[in-house]
Design a protein. Structure first.
Length: 234
């Protein structure tokens, strides 16, 4: 099984490089990439870049140049206070790109076009770690405080990021399996965001989330591999 792991934001990629200081980095048009032996699995790690443009372009680049059987996106997200806990890991089964404003026709139709239902039927019935399986919404911006009531009412959202919607959309268009796991680094309420104006806090918690996700990744891969061998009871 050929596996590509896409890491989006710069802070996330720096955290990965701190965890694996001996990575031998090469360069793509979008950032660095390197091979990583993790347990018994040989992975291609890619810095895909932040935001929808880099995320979509780098995902297509990875698919075209490396033909992975599975794309994994590990990263962070912000959570809506009162709807999710800090540190929770979200397994995305749907993504929505919500920052589309269409004034000539219908914004909802455009948003629906860039919404992606992820087929996760290839995962084991019993997942190797506790996660919250559900929706991630994406935009090329941090969560705007005034938007939270609408995002909850319209999408029943609990967390948001910048890239997962683009990666999921590209992967599905190419019929490549996609696993998105993102951890909540900080919470945002209608009055404040705990990391807004405090980038150092975001960096610290990003390191914690990325360490946790990469430590858990071999168990995820082992479980997926067992399903591929016909064992569904894991």
């Amino acid at each position: 099984m050929k596996i590509a792991v896409i890491i989006s934001a710069n802070a996330e990629w720096r955290a990965v490089k701190e965890l694996y200081p001996n990575l031998v980095a090469q360069h793509s048009p979008f950032g660095e990439f390197a091979e990583l032996q993790l347990s018994t699995f040989n992975l291609q790690l890619f810095h895909g870049g932040w935001g929808k443009i880099s995320a979509a372009a780098s995902a297509q680049y990875v698919i075209d140049h490396f033909q992975p059987d599975l794309i994994i996106n590990l990263g962070t997200c912000g959570g809506f206070e009162g709807r999710i806990e800090r540190g929770a890991i979200i397994l995305a089964d749907k993504t929505i790109v919500y920052d589309i404003v269409e004034q000539m026709t219908d914004s909802d139709e455009a948003i629906e076009h860039y919404s992606t239902e992820l087929d996760l039927s290839w995962l084991p019935r019993l997942l190797p770690f506790p996660v919250l399986r559900g929706l991630l919404i994406s935009a090329d911006r941090d969560i705007v405080l005034e938007d939270i009531p609408l995002l909850i009412r319209k999408f029943n959202a609990a967390a948001a990021d910048w890239e997962s919607g683009a990666i999921a959309w590209v992967a599905k268009r190419n019929a490549v399996r996609c696993l998105i796991l993102r951890g909540v680094t900080d919470l945002v309420s209608g009055s404040a965001g705990e990391a807004y104006g405090n980038y150092e806090l975001f960096v610290l918690r990003t390191k914690e989330i990325m360490k946790k996700l990469l430590e858990q990744l071999p168990r995820w891969l082992d479980a997926i591999d067992k399903v591929g061998q016909g064992y569904r009871g894991y």
